[in-house]
Design a protein around this ligand. Sequence first.
Ligand code: CAO
Length: 490
Amino acid sequence: MAKKSKKAKGKAASKAPARKVAKAARRPAAKKAVKKNAKPAAKKSAAKSAKSTMPRISSKPFGLDGKALQGVRILDFTHVQSGPTCTQLLAWFGADVIKVERPGVGDITRGQLVDVKGADSLYFTMLNHNKRSITIDSKHPQGKRVLDELIKSCDVLVENFAPGALDRMGLTWEHIHKTNPRIVVASIKGFGPGPYEDCKVYENVAQCTGGSASTTGFRDGPPLVTGAQIGDSGTGLHLALGIVTALYQRTRTGRGQKVSVAMQDGVLNLCRVKLRDQQRLKAGPLKEYSQFGQNIPFGDATPRAGNDSGGGQPGWILKCQGWETDPNAYIYFITQAPVWGPICDLIGEPTWKTDPEYATPPARLPKLMQIFDRIEQWTKTKSKFEVMELCNAHDIPVGPILSMKEIAEDQSLRKTGTVVEVDHPTRGAYLTVGNPIKLSDSISEVKRSPLLGEHTDEILRDVLKLKANVIAEIKASGALSAPEKKEKAA
Ligand code: CAO
């Protein structure tokens, strides 16, 4: 993966310091890492079997032999939410993520929804952990040269600019691939090729065009977007998988490739059960939808299903004790067929176990709402946590509606590192969501997000191996800093 650059030749600075950048920065480390771990014997017979190219089995305890993506270096051109989600995940797995930001401005989210004056917003800090930040004006000639050298030193370039923006910077696929044929170039756009390919897209546009909004909400209400950022964070997740897959293929082919995910496609992938239902409509009404039991005819498209479960086991959200004042005193209740008996006993309807009107799932389908009304009479007498406890004792699947306050205070989520408290030099301590993907041999530490340009010098010095005088010249050229504001005419 990312190799360490050769040392700069150290010639005297000239008018074109970036040429020195070009000489100085050359590729690095993965090879070395593989060599270091490879068995000499395995090396000899590498051609014979793929197995023999595997390094020796580590004898170090799990969690103490580096990180999964150690040695992978990522040039991170992402901004807002979708792209940063992806590169944050890769950083948690140990990749060295170098975030390139526009001098003086940075990722626009640094200054959006600000809650602490003068500090990076939570929007930014919670999406950019474990990364390094370098400021480069990608349209400045010197900036472009520095970027080319970074391209040579990285394994992956990730971006989620508006369509065409990367090309306008001169960073076409052809240019990037020629500069470093091994690099994987990963992009998020709103739409794939087609009529909308040039559109700028944000979260809710993707939720609407990917099929989520039309199938969310109540039948007699408007389409709804969900709070889960399936368009942004969901697409970031898809892209992360595409990147590691491309890196894996590279171990065989030696070359990089383009990885693209359209937000519309990512949302649709998460909505595939609704496309399933679209096709089932041809075979008759969707009996598991409560509108079937209410004798409301189906149209020609998958309808909004309220809180119906969407699977083979009917479910609904029911009120619990305190619902009159607490907007989250609710529980999701699933009338899973195998536990129908215990449900009847719990709610005080034991005869429903044998009554042919209730005893079988097909008999219950037409009266699901009436059944849920009866269950709700019972849940309303208990807190959502009491319902959870009583039901789980019988393996009845239920889900209390947890508020963000309850999640923030949940000690078990703190223990697993899913909710983490992080310290930050300008904002102080804040809560964030840690890595939800747990690897037993690649433990994630959550490190604070970088300040704007915090690692500019470090990256030029340690990654590109530039001498101090060359760095000074590049800086003087204005490629790494915001243009000075012109003084107003008197
Ligand atoms: N130096 C110089 N210029 C830079 C720069 C740098 N380091 N970083 C960015 N820029 C420039 C870009 O080159 C671009 O300039 P041009 O338009 O002149 O080519 C400009 O900044 C703006 O980039 P943008 O168009 O990507 O940003 P925007 O705020 O106008 O649009 C967004 C934002 C998200 C709508 C758009 O980037 C987009 O559609 N991205 C793809 C889909 C996506 O990821 N959406 C999810 C966003 S999260 O909800």
